[in-house]
Design a protein around this ligand. Structure first.
Ligand code: HEM
Length: 290
């Protein structure tokens, strides 16, 4: 089991110092083992790459993806990869050297690398795709498959200097139907609200007056934009999210921003890692007509 392990120190300049060290560990005790898992431990979460069958290229893409996600989450581009001797390294060199430091200046020191992280992600390359799973307090909450192509696309549209996806820029020509993005400060807050009940309760709700499954125009969708009758479009699919309103961890107010609109960009601005369809499958009422 290989652990790429970030541990953290604070230097004199109060900079967060994540040490990414490819040593051979058994999780939580420093013993040698076989190549199995690449773990990346940061402040808020632990990322594990199950890379028994992964090529170097796949490992590189996954690491890139995690670092991008971390930049996005921390709203920073200030992550530096350095060698033991403080020389700047590329990610490729890091993988080859199997020893690298990650610097994230200006982030508060809150990590205890041994403590149980609330959020854990695992990545497993399988048949040309990556199976990404999310666990919250040990319980699996999401499972998504991402292709390498999708990741490469995301990486190329990721604006390294602002931590924002370039493709998320509002297009004013279509802005009437596309829910507008929110300022970065708002995204950084990431407040969760108290929801009515769990996903199970939402799934079990009786569904009445469900419209027929068909293709809808943007205009038709836009009429369903009031509390008690809310539709939205996510990745070309139309959902009646009236019932979901009370179960959205980000709250009703945020969800209403996508009411009667295409919320895909807004959705990705806040949580591109969430598999929206998995949550809303029951309220999938059709596709958007182009
Ligand atoms: C329409 C489909 C949507 C679904 C199925 C959905 C689902 C979710 C889920 C599952 C979470 C918890 C995420 C986690 O624990 O990592 C979440 C959180 C959140 N969502 Fe949404 N969401 C939707 C739309 C939106 C939109 C349009 C916004 C726009 C402003 C938004 C804003 C938020 C915020 C602020 C949080 C809390 C912070 C966070 O967990 O990052 N969501 N949503």
């Amino acid at each position: 089991m290989i652990m790429f392990r970030f541990t953290k120190q604070i230097n004199q300049n109060q900079e967060l110092f994540l040490k990414f060290q490819n040593k051979y560990f058994i999780q939580d005790c420093n013993l040698l083992m076989e190549d199995k898992i690449t773990s990346i431990i940061t402040d808020d979460r632990i990322d594990e790459i199950l890379h028994l069958n992964a090529t170097k290229e796949e490992l590189l893409v996954i690491l890139n993806y995690i670092i991008m996600d971390y930049k996005k989450f921390q709203m920073t581009d200030k992550i530096l990869l350095q060698s033991q001797k403080m020389q700047k390294l590329t990610l490729e060199e890091c993988i080859a050297n199997r020893f690298v430091y990650l610097f994230v200046p200006g982030v508060k020191n809150s990590m205890d690398s041994n403590s149980q992280k609330e959020v854990r992600y695992t990545y497993e390359p399988k048949d040309g795709k990556i199976c990404k799973e999310k666990y919250r307090n040990g319980r699996k909450t999401e499972s998504t498959e991402i292709t390498f192509e999708q990741i490469n696309k995301m990486l190329s549209s990721f604006n390294q200097s602002t931590g924002v996806f370039l493709s998320s820029k509002p297009n004013f020509a279509e802005s009437k139907f596309i829910a507008p993005l929110l300022p970065q400060e708002e995204v950084a807050k990431r407040e969760k609200v108290q929801v009515k009940g769990g996903q199970m309760l939402y799934v079990q709700q009786p569904r009445k007056n469900r419209p027929a499954f068909r293709n809808y125009t943007a205009e038709e969708v836009s009429k369903h934009n009031k509390p008690g009758d809310v539709w939205t479009v996510l990745n070309g699919k139309v959902y009646d999210i009236t019932l979901y309103m009370d179960y959205h961890p980000g709250g009703v107010e945020k969800l209403m921003l996508g009411a009667g609109k295409d919320c895909t960009k807004l959705f990705n601005q806040f949580h591109s890692w969430v598999n929206g369809h998995a949550f809303l499958e029951q309220d999938y009422i059709g596709n958007l007509k182009h």
